[in-house]
Design a binder for this molecule. Sequence first.
Ligand SMILES: [Zn+2]
Ligand SMILES: [Zn+2]
Length: 619
Amino acid sequence: MTSAAPSTRPARFSFLSGPVDVCVAVPRLALDRPFTYLLGDDSAAGVGSLVSVPFHGRSVRGWVLGPAASVPEGRVLPVRKVLSPVRFFHAPLLDLFRWMSLRYLAPLATVIERSHPPRVAGEEPRSPWPPAPPDVAPLGHPPVWAPGVLADYGGADSLLAPETTTWLRPLPSQEVDVCVAAVEACLSAGKRAIVVVPEAQAAPATAAAVLEAFVTRAAAFIGGDPRERYRTWLDIAGGAFDVVVATRPGVFAPLPSLGLVWVSREVHPGHREDRSPYYHTREVATARAKLEGASCVVAALSPSVETATLVGNGQVRTWRAPRHRERAEAPLVETVAPEAEDRSVRLTTLLRRARSAALIVSRRGYGVARVCRVCSAPAACAECSGPIVVRGGAPVCRVCGLPGRCRNCGGGAFGVERGGSERIAEWAKRTGSVPVVLHQDGEAAPPGRDRIVVGTAAAVNDVGPRHLDLVAILDPDRALLRAGLHSGEQSVATWMEAAAWAGPRSEGGRVLVHTRRPGHPAIQALVRWEPLPFLQAEAARRTEAGFPPGHATFRITGNRDVEDALGRTSASVVVSAAAEGRTICLVTVAPADLPGFRRDVLGLAATGVVSRVEAEPQL
Ligand SMILES: [Zn+2]
Ligand SMILES: [Zn+2]
């Protein structure tokens, strides 16, 4: 059934000679344009080749982009050397990199550099690219993981329609199966698939299931040492695999005949790259699907505000199970007002009889230092004036991480307002009837039989269906007060994923939510098991704050002229602040205005008015 998928030598690497355009590896916006060089007849190089070229009197690395679009007057310098037989991208990926360079206002060189793991030259083949086709054992049997599961979501043909993006809301019991079935359908159609998961630690159940189902034809491009990682990437580029299961950088996996890019749990912070080019997996996957005629599926119980907005205006399709089945699989959500330290009588009652539970709280640690025991001054870090918290039994600054010392007298003893995952775990040990596991930094056992797991959002991983006796969200009101454009959507997605561990209400699945605001749209999203009204309210809130969903946001640093200069572009300057001779502006740009805005900023970078651009800053 899956034997139609290609495992042959890719025929997409032709040789070039004569004048070619090269992207030099000098990541500066002011130099972000192709330079033309002469490539020799016998170079065996072409699109994606890494070369050495003369540039302002020195040798720099660069990548061949293609035949020169126009040959400049005068002498064209020759390429000095072809540095590797590897082709680091093919033409459709170059189109994606150019799109990213536009969308995130990043030099093309930076985008290319980040699209593959750092080179380990010893791993590279000596022969011309591509290497001989790998000897991949065919699957002895079609996986047929969960026959018919796609029928609940509009069917395989619809889900795999080219150039589409779909928000798929899985039934919690089918989150893993529906992904495996979609990949299987993609392979059956003779195409290849990428599955992007948000984290490598606590290996997601979805990743494990896809790797298990497609055995030798699936590459795990997750973690690993640099040598192993580069080896895997070379094998993918050489055509050894039909399926790539990866974290964020896997969205660039150089697979030919791409049919499907699956983005698991799109709201997870792991999908955002926090260095240039500051991309988001969902956006890159959507663009790549459009450029390569593939389908992008964004799987989430509760999607992002951006996706909800695109669903609202018809640019993203929705596939979800019929409402009555969603309701039947949802847990029963009960709200009750919290008492001291995020506890309640109701929680105590439920926890006493639970054989399995997950308690989710927004704060780590044991509590917050309020006042110095020595001098009675309000507690603040001696080093940076940041707030002091108690973690692992000791006061520590939440900002700089140094041991907590009083800013006023240097003392290290504080009056502490207790609360946080460590404090909850201590209490649960006394209250519950099974052992307690405190989830810190992703090492702990997942929730399951005969244990109570206590943790923050970091503890809410893709571990597959659980059927816990109790899931409790202990301080959602506090979580909703957190600053940040994305904190609301992240809270609701996390709660919903944790709540799904309770299992269907028909089988006793129960979630306890502590809140004084049961009518808040975020809480109602959980109670009704329907996130869209909350996400629409969030979209309106962002628009009001000057950050309409779908518009690009940039933090631009420059000299004192930068605010006026940006004011003359198509951008809206939302905030600007001056400090130490520099001015920092926060701007938004409508998608249609990006090409013109990019040209303007490149001009401002060339004249020194703009010195730094950060796309989609964490606000
Ligand atoms: Zn500090
Ligand atoms: Zn003091």
